[in-house]
Design a protein around this ligand. Structure first.
Ligand code: NAD
Length: 429
């Protein structure tokens, strides 16, 4: 099939590459000319495991191409996916100006029937607004359908998630676009659920909010564990073996972040407020998340006493492992708050240093994770990168002025760390 994707970021680029991989012909559009330029040169602007190979294979095969021209994409495809940003506004609601602009651009380029599919995460009833906008701005007066097709990929595992999705959600106002949408997704052999547009839009916000809730739940339990001498990992393992609960998203940490959970949670609370429901449960999820960071910083200051002029090594800047994405990263927030207290920082991330440079100033970026601890008063694990488990602990112990480690991701075994001579403080253990 001929498909167009508007917005070539974490979602758009991976979706485009995966659609091409199963045999569709895909045009990826972005209004960031520098990004399209890089892609034309074979450079992938984001870090996502498996993506470079996928992009190369499919561009070489002529199934995947890149352009800045929305008109070209609209003209050449019957199905147009929207994957542009939906960032938060100051009051927590969603900035829908990117979606609205794309809807107008699509409308003015349409000369025949199109299916316009929203893949961006949007508040319920956005589909209706998109349809109204297209109707208003389409001079050719041609038929079209608006579809909601939320995306559930996880950064860092995006290729895997897109190639083997748990489910595909298709929200429609009429049955006309359903066969084509099913054909797009047939090669992925995943269950497809067809709903009305509002339900599809709600499925996305309800899912992300539920996952955030699960994280805050285990983080709240971690506070109880610390107060009672229990071990949150054992509690999570015991809970997780219950099929009804499941072990995933039960890892205590210094809190969730990233470009999705915080903004989707705020958006969902705001949407609820607009329809007259006070979503107190989700407000508490946010509060627990903020507390978790405060609690972690208090651990540092309780142990190190004065943070001013202390040098602290930070391992991890990305909001989670396997990505270079630092948007709303708890690790970045931690760095900024420690700097506010007057601490000096030596930081490292396997993939996110370039993007972090735009957010962190007056810190020392260290390329080798084993050199971070040099001359530091303490070492902090802020992101759960697998490779941090291979840190040269003996060297770290000797490099630190005193062997103190704060592990915000529970990567190491407390008994083993003690045996190695560390003062080791983790979460809920
Ligand atoms: N990143 C994730 O893990 C994830 C997962 C599921 C859903 N989502 C949702 O998907 C949407 C996109 O997220 P993302 O992380 O891919 O964002 P992103 O910022 O990485 O990519 C968006 C791209 O859209 C481009 N763009 C903006 N306006 C445009 C226009 N008018 N024409 C063409 N291109 C335009 C930007 O230049 C950018 O490259 C958001 O709504 C997000 O909430 C993201």
């Amino acid at each position: 099939m001929k498909l167009t994707i508007i917005g070539t970021g974490y979602v758009g680029l991976v979706t485009g590459a995966c659609f091409a991989e199963v045999g569709h012909h895909v045009i990826c559009i972005d209004n960031d000319a520098a990004k399209i330029d890089l892609l034309h040169k074979g450079v992938i602007p984001i870090y996502e495991p498996g993506l470079p190979e996928l992009v190369k294979r499919n561009t070489d095969a002529g199934r995947l191409s890149f352009t800045t021209s929305t008109a070209e994409g609209v003209e050449k495809s019957e199905i147009i996916f929207i994957a542009v940003p939906t960032p938060p506004l100051a009051d927590g609601s969603v900035d829908l100006s990117f979606i609205e602009k794309v809807a107008r651009e699509i409308a003015s380029a349409m000369t025949s029937y199109k299916i316009v599919v929203d893949k961006s995460t949007v508040p319920v009833q956005t589909g209706d607004k998109v349809a109204e906008t297209i109707k208003r701005y389409c001079k050719a007066r041609v038929d079209f359908d608006v579809v909601s097709n939320p995306e559930f990929l996880r950064e860092g595992f995006a290729v895997e998630d897109l190639m083997k999705p748990d489910r595909i959600v298709i929200g429609v106002r009429s049955q006309r676009p359903v066969p084509a949408m099913k054909e797009v997704y047939a090669p992925f052999k995943a269950p497809i659920i067809v709903t009305d547009i509002s339900s599809a839009e709600l499925i996305k916000h309800a899912s992300n909010s539920f996952l955030a809730l699960k994280i805050s739940y285990i983080n709240a339990i971690s506070v109880l564990c610390e107060a009672t001498g229990a071990n949150v990992q054992e509690v999570a393992n015991g809970m997780g073996m219950d099929d009804r609960i499941g072990r995933r998203f039960l890892n205590a940490s210094l809190g969730f972040g990233g470009s999705c959970f915080p903004k989707d949670l705020s958006a969902f609370i705001k949407i609820a407020e607009q329809v007259g429901y006070n979503f107190r449960l989700l407000k508490e999820v946010q509060r627990i998340n903020a507390e978790q960071m405060n609690h972690f910083i208090k651990k540092l200051s309780d142990t190190l006493w004065v943070l001013k002029d202390k040098t602290i090594g930070i391992l991890g800047l990305a909001f989670k492992q396997n990505t270079d994405d630092v948007r709303m990263s708890p690790a970045i927030e931690l760095c900024q708050r420690l700097q506010k207290e007057g601490a000096k920082l030596r930081v490292h991330d396997p993939r996110a240093m370039d993007k972090a440079r735009a957010l962190l100033h007056d810190v020392v970026f260290v390329t080798d994770m084993n050199e971070v601890a040099e001359g530091c008063d303490a070492l902090v694990i802020a992101t759960e990168w697998e490779e941090f488990k291979k840190l040269d602990l003996e060297r770290a112990r000797k490099s630190l002025t005193h062997p103190i480690m704060f592990d915000g991701r529970n990567l190491f075994d407390p008994a083993e760390m003690e045996r190695l001579g560390f003062i080791y403080k983790s979460i809920g253990r």
